[in-house]
Ligand binder design. Structure first.
Ligand SMILES: [Zn+2]
Ligand SMILES: [Zn+2]
Length: 120
């Protein structure tokens, strides 16, 4: 089957429009959204210090990574081995993802409601 010249050109044009639309959509939504998220992250990261939680294993060699006394007061879940923990100015600690979400809504401590200041 021979594809006519017009048909071929039309296909090229359609293809170009498709690519153009994809680029415009990327610029309008994809990039700006990612940019906003990044800015938000940078700002919120100043409010807590991150650390990786390490559960101290018992000396008898029994591994029980969930055995920890520290609890996140936001989700009431225990700090698990190698989870990222965020400590705010008043020394209270939470899961980094929990405190991040919390601080995006209000800048206070989930435990005693005192306002949280960013680290210098
Ligand atoms: Zn949590
Ligand atoms: Zn606190």
């Amino acid at each position: 089957m021979v594809v006519s010249r017009t048909q071929k050109n039309l296909n090229i044009v359609l293809c170009l429009i498709e690519n153009l639309n994809a680029n415009v959509a990327d610029n309008l939504y994809g990039q700006s959204e990612a940019y906003m998220e990044e800015r938000e992250d940078e700002d919120i990261l100043r409010y807590f210090n991150k650390r990786i939680h390490h559960v101290v294993f018992p000396k008898d060699g029994v591994k029980n990574p969930t055995n920890t006394k520290e609890i996140c007061s936001i989700c009431l879940g225990k700090f698990k081995h190698e989870e990222t923990i965020g400590k705010i100015g008043c020394e209270h600690e939470y899961h980094a993802c929990c405190i991040r979400k919390w601080l995006l809504r209000k800048k206070n401590c989930p435990i005693w409601r005192a306002s949280v200041s960013p680290f210098p």
